[in-house]
Structure formats: structure tokens, C-alpha cells
Design a protein around this ligand. Sequence first.
Ligand SMILES: O=C(O)c1cc(C(=O)O)c2c(n1)C(=O)C(=O)c1cc(C(=O)O)[nH]c1-2
Length: 606
Amino acid sequence: NDELTALAADSKNWAMPTGDYANHRYSKLNQITKDNVKDLQVKWTFSTGVLRGHEGGPLVIGDVMYVHTPFPNIVYALDLKNDGKILWKYEPRQDPNVIGIMCCDTVNRGVAYGDGKIILNQADTTVVALDAKTGEVVWSVKNGDQIDGGKGESGTAAPMVVKDKVIIGVSGAEFGVRGWTAAYNLKDGSLAWKAYSMGPDSETLIDPEKTTHLGKPVGPDSGTNTWEGEQWKTGGGTTWGWFAYDPKSNLVFYGTGNPSTWNPVQRPGDNRWSMTLMARDADTGVAKWLYQMTPHDEWDYDGVNENILVDAMDINGEKRDVLVHFDRNGFAYTLDRNTGELLVAKKYDPKVNWATEVVMDPNSDQYGRPQVVAQYSTHQNGEDTNTTGVCPAALGTKDQQPASYSPKTGLFYVPTNHVCMDYEPYRVSYTAGQPYVGATVSMYPAPDSHGGMGNFIAWDAAKGEIVWSKPEQFSVWSGALATDGDVVFYGTLEGYIKAVDLDGNELYKFKTPSGIIGNINTYEHEGKQYIAVLSGVGGWAGIGLAGGLLSPENAAAWHGAVGQGRDAGEEAQVVGTAGLGAVGGYAALADYTTLGGQLTVFGLPD
Ligand SMILES: O=C(O)c1cc(C(=O)O)c2c(n1)C(=O)C(=O)c1cc(C(=O)O)[nH]c1-2
């Protein structure tokens, strides 16, 4: 999409959710520098009128800012010439029952722009194109099924506009949804292609002879033959993370999530293609290459985190066009993005203990596979056995909160979790539209460390090394922003926006009204650089606050314990395992912040 490419290349705008197709989250703007960032002031604020977790960030195109909210997914167009005066507001009507089938808060990661339209992926999986000037609906399609009586499909991912199409993912692996990625024609919303994560080749758009895994053709039926019977039909592998696009190869990149259920004993095999990085042709959806990071997941390490594309990275003296991916499983991967060849796979938190390494020898039958430590194998320890001390926790060394890459320093700035867990698989049976979780999880700060639950780190993806690490009390659940002013920004769950220099020294912080799980963006208007961020605590880490789960009654109901035939009373006593295990670990958040969606715009003094 030439118009979008041009808009994104002009750093005055923030035209795509992650800044550009390469997901750099880097801005060439440099009025705000490491020397003056301490003088930042709040310029204007905007309450979104919605309370739960606010992920993503505003788009800025010319004089207009587009702000989205979690369910009910309101979109506002704000006039930058007038301190955010509302130009239009779109509020969809959605069945509120969708709230009950969203695993990790009612989040939405943002809208996309293309061809004069704003594209919104609603919680109920309706994809709607709004006229960017008026907010009027141009077209609307249903990506998933209905809520009541459906399979539990929901929408949280930000769309990506590529050429004449919009790429959309789906959520619901905690309900046994079989994930897919779809491309709709930007013009009228008609379906261009749909590629399932698992299933027959005709439905996964995998070419048995041409699609490769670590350099070898995958062969026929690769999306079904590592599953027992028809388990692939409820196999998970949802696609609720971020997309990347490389115009040079016309490939779209994304990762798939956990296999369903979380109980690994119930689904023997590698469970392909859950937990997999995928490179697909943008026009046809046909897969060029795949790489499964966590075969037969036993820990809920969804592979959906963003892929960051860097050209000509020097890897052992060779220039490679790479894709860098910080996986939930605690390994940071660098791959050749044209071939899917694995170049680097290293732990980006020293506490990661479930696997010792990823085998890098192409001649080994274990090539590309993590070497699982028996003690932390929830499968080997069996159903109804609590496997303790697994690092990272299910929400990963990093969840969906996107990292940034600075072409200037060649380093990645990564918001991370420093959290471990106990994981007890239990048997579940599948009922359409009901939770299909199958594990009780509790989370806590990584033991024998700094006591906090997060780090903000700088990463060298060619060497596979942490350059520096800045401890945080809670997980850093906000997307980072690197700038040409030699300042890097991120937000914290307590609600601080923070600016650090290129060595990780804190230069500025400001406490916004609620915890930050949004992504920091920057733009220029009338010659001045601004920083914009959404506050509004929530997401999986903040689900205790956002979902009101800090009481035992709510905890049991939400956790789905009742639906799973478990003893509700027993479950209710264990508030700590509610919210899929996040409530206990993050309970102290309630001492720092509370709910509320607000946009805050910062700038230098006039
Ligand atoms: O399997 C899924 O379909 C699914 C969906 C989502 C989502 O759409 O928000 C999350 C997850 N899984 C998940 O595993 C997870 O850690 C997670 C964190 C968050 C969040 O926004 O904080 N969403 C999700």
C-alpha cells in the first residue's frame, strides 16, 4: 500500500500500530532528546470513558489522531489542531456476552489505516471499515462466529493493511478455537484468503512440497499428522499477536498461539502448527516457511509475539535480512526471514529454566528443538501433579507488549516479564463455547532475583546477548518506543511513563492516572514533537484489577472452574490461581493504581 508506506515513512505521523511494516517502533523525530526529556510536560489529556485494559496506541495521520478503546471498542477521531476536540466517534453495538469469552481482559491492540479507511477488529470478531473523515461504516464483515452458541471466537489483535488487503487474526485458544489468519479486500471487505494454523493442507494453505520447516519441505498433512485423531479441530494456535510485512519478498510474518487444551497429556504429539512462526505470501496466503518454536507446548507459551524485521544484520560476518522474535518461551530468535533458517536462539532472561537450549546443529535430529528439562515438563510430571518453579510463567518472558528496534544503535529495547509459575494440568472435555483450559496456574516473581516481576532490557540479536537490564517491580506490559533523540520510552503497570538513555539510565518519569499496558507512540504536529500513551490497567497481568477478580467469588466464576466440573468452593479459596494464574502474583498492583482509560500527550515547554 503505497499511500500507507509513504505516511508511515513520514515520522510526523504514527500511521501504523507498530510504526512501520518492520515493527521497529522507532521514530526519527529528535526534538525530544536525552538532554531535554527531563523537561517533558503534559500538554493535553483525553478520557476514553472506558475502564478496562487499554492496549495499543493512537494512530496519528496529519492533523487527526485516532484513539480506540477496549470493549465496547469505541473509536474517536481527535482534532490535533484543537487539543483533541472530538471530530467523530464510532461506538459499535456488540453482544456483551463476548466479555465472558475473552481470556485475558477485554483488550484491543489498535486500529489500522488504509485507503481512507480506519479498520477496527471488534471483540465480537466483526471487522469494520470506517470512513476516516466521517466515521461512517464503509463495510463490515464477520471474521468469526456468533458469541452465544458459537465456539468462543473473539478479536483483540490489531489489523495490518498490506497492499489492497487487511490482515486479521483471531483469539480463543482457551476455548479450543482453531486459529486462522484472514485477508479481506480493503475495498469491500470480501474475503481474499483464509489460512488455518492446523488442519488439512487445503485449509492451512501449506504446499507440502514447497513450504519448508528449517529448510526441508514439510510434506503432506503436516497440519494434522502430529495430532491424535481429530484433535486438530479444536487445536488452538490462534493468531492474536502482531503482523509484519516485507515488501521485498511480499511475505507476511506472524506467530501462532498455544495448542488447546493447556493439559499436554491430553494431546500427544508436536501439535503442529501451533507455537509457530509463519511466513505467507501476502497475495495468496500460501506459506513459504514455518518454524515451530515450542513443539508440544506444556506451558502455554503462545508464539504470537511481534516479529521485527531488520535488513543486512551482521551475523558472524555475513549480512542477512532477518526477523527477530522474542518468544513467550524465553528464547529470542533471529531467523533469515527469506528462508526461515535459524541463526540465533538464546535466552533473554537468565532465569529461563524449562529448556537448556535450542539445538542449532542442522545435522541433529533435534535441530531447532528446545531441550526440555524433565523436572519442568508438566507432561512428564503428569495430570493432577503440580509442577513447581517453572520459568518463565505462562505469560512468558514477554507477552504481546511489543519491543522496539533502533537502527542507530542496532539494539532491541524489550519490555519483559520476570515471573515463574506452578502448573498443574487437569483433564477437560471439550464443549463448544466453554473454557477449555485444563491447567491451574499460579505465578510469582522469579525467585532468587531482584524481587520484581519485570525487566526492561537492551538486546543484541546478532550475538544473542543482554546488553543491559533495568529491573522493574511489575512486568513491563507496555510497548517500547526508541527515538533518534537517544531516548527510549516505556510504561509500567503502576502507571509511570519512563524515559531512559541508551544505557538504560532513567531520565524522566511521570505517573499517569492508571497502569500503562499501552504502547508509547510519538508524532510531530505544527513543528513540535509529542509523546502519546494510553493508560488503563488490565491485560492478563492486570486482570485481577480489570476483571474485579480480587474477590474469591468472582475468581471462581471467571476462572471457569465451575464450567470445568471442578469444585467451585475449593477453587474459590485459591484466589491466587484466578485469572489463569495471574491474580495472585500481581495482587500488589492494587496498592498503586486503579482502573481508567486515559490518553496523555506530552511535549516540551513552549
Ligand atoms: O489463546 C488465545 O487466543 C489468547 C488470546 C489473547 C488475547 O486475545 O488477548 C491472549 C492470550 N491467548 C494469551 O495467552 C495471553 O497471554 C494474553 C495476554 C493478553 C493481554 O492482552 O494481556 N492477551 C492474551
